[in-house]
Design a protein around this ligand. Sequence first.
Ligand code: SF4
Length: 231
Amino acid sequence: MGIKGFQGTSMLDFPGRIASLIFWGGCNLTCPFCHNPALVLDPEGWPDLDRDTLLADLAGRASFIDGVVVTGGEPTLDPALGDWLAAVKSLGLAVKLDTNGLRPDVLAELLERRLVDSLAIDLKTSPGRYGQLHAGPVAPDGLVASVRLALAAPVAVEFRTTCVPGLVDEPDLRALGELIRGAPRWALQQYHPAVALAPEWREITPYPPAKMASLAAVAGEYAGEVVVKGL
Ligand code: SF4
């Protein structure tokens, strides 16, 4: 479990801000639609970036970036994540964390230490279907706990769902909607099959825009703001 990738400057994925993106290797899921299969399936195939060197690089950028986006893979699997983020925060940079929400213990610690300013939690399908996202068993209880933590935390929160046909349809959105009812923002993402982790999932035809719009209307019954991305 280490830092495998770094993009120095990006305006993506940290709304209204200029950020550096940092990619962790490894994950506790193997979602068949995952867009970063190399980081998930073969994290050791990528060299670990030196954390002190990376901090020095961030320090040099601190005058023109607002923060860092911590993504992966699944960053919360890294036991050293909190201490490294504390060093990032000491540079005066904001931190956005992307997570699948299955490590609520880690999330609780990061929030308690005020190491996260913005949080994006993936909601992949109905909690009862999370077993379809991994070869081994997946208990969705962690996701439920993370959602509760996020909704109570004094940080910006976005929930995100990639609308994969066969995995996400109206009943799944309603199950998730009940979980996050009252959330400030829910992003529905179009499915882009070309780089999916599982070869057979590269053959799935994405939903047409009209279907995405109808799913957004459903999501709008539960969240304050719904955005559709990637059409
Ligand atoms: S989509 Fe996210 S949670 Fe799923 S395998 Fe990929 S990195 Fe892990």
